[in-house]
Design a protein around this ligand. Sequence first.
Ligand SMILES: NC(=O)c1ccc[n+]([C@@H]2O[C@H](COP(=O)([O-])OP(=O)(O)OC[C@H]3O[C@@H](n4cnc5c(N)ncnc54)[C@H](O)[C@@H]3O)[C@@H](O)[C@H]2O)c1
Length: 271
Amino acid sequence: MAGRLKDRVAIVVGAGSSGPGWGNGKCTAVTFAREGARVFCVDRKLAAAKETAEIIAKEGGEAVAHEADVTQAAQVKAMTEACLARWGRIDVLDNNVGIGSTGGPVELAEEDWDTVFDVNVKSFFLTLKHVLPVMEAHGRGSIINVSSIASIRVPKGISYVAYNASKGAVNSLTQAVALQYAAKGIRCNAILPGLMHTPMIDFLAEEYAKDARDHNAAYEKMIAIRNKASPTGKMGTGWDTANAALFLASDESAYVNGHLLIVDGGITLRA
Ligand SMILES: NC(=O)c1ccc[n+]([C@@H]2O[C@H](COP(=O)([O-])OP(=O)(O)OC[C@H]3O[C@@H](n4cnc5c(N)ncnc54)[C@H](O)[C@@H]3O)[C@@H](O)[C@H]2O)c1
């Protein structure tokens, strides 16, 4: 089914990954390109965006790497203008950046709360602010906001209130925009990934294991806990998120709007 995004221009924000391997945004950018989209790969780490754009180019696709910290309004404006200058349109916006910070309200520092909200929510507001008028002028567009099951469930044994609250805000933002722009040919949906095995998780597992006497055993333990938490016995991958994003980006989801698409192997079905 190649060509599901033929002639489309897609911006993937957070198109790199935070370490070696395949994050949600990297998989999404490559999947979009495999289906015919020209992909504007945006990341605050230019090297990470370039790595993704090079993978796409090697496979015969078309991609540009662009450096931007999307918490900064001027950089989001410049990102939008650069994409328009290059390809003259934006059909798909995939908002994928996100960070976490552990702690409840008492333990979490105020500045960490602000940072999580800047990256996870304000950046989405800023990309919407600049990209929506472009889509409106063309009379079409699909926006995909990467949320998390943490927006609707509180995990056992770990507290990260800022992450929970920020992803809840992403869901509300998604649905408010979906309704406001429905009559203008623009759809806005969210993906709620569950436990996915991405480089961000390897980084967290490394952090967890760094002071352990047997580093490898501690790392494997953390990975095993996450695998076991899934009813399938295995974490998902960035490709699972990417395939959901492809569906939402393509015309196959033409009548899907304001939807919160859970991609979690069934974890949220558990009591
Ligand atoms: N991995 C999981 O288990 C999981 C589960 C649920 C939701 N998610 C969500 O999926 C998304 C991506 O997660 P991932 O695991 O692939 O992470 P990742 O850290 O591997 O990739 C995110 C990319 O975004 C970039 N980025 C971060 N802040 C940025 C900013 N301000 N401006 C521009 N780029 C920025 C990073 O440099 C990185 O390349 C996040 O929104 C995360 O909350 C992940």
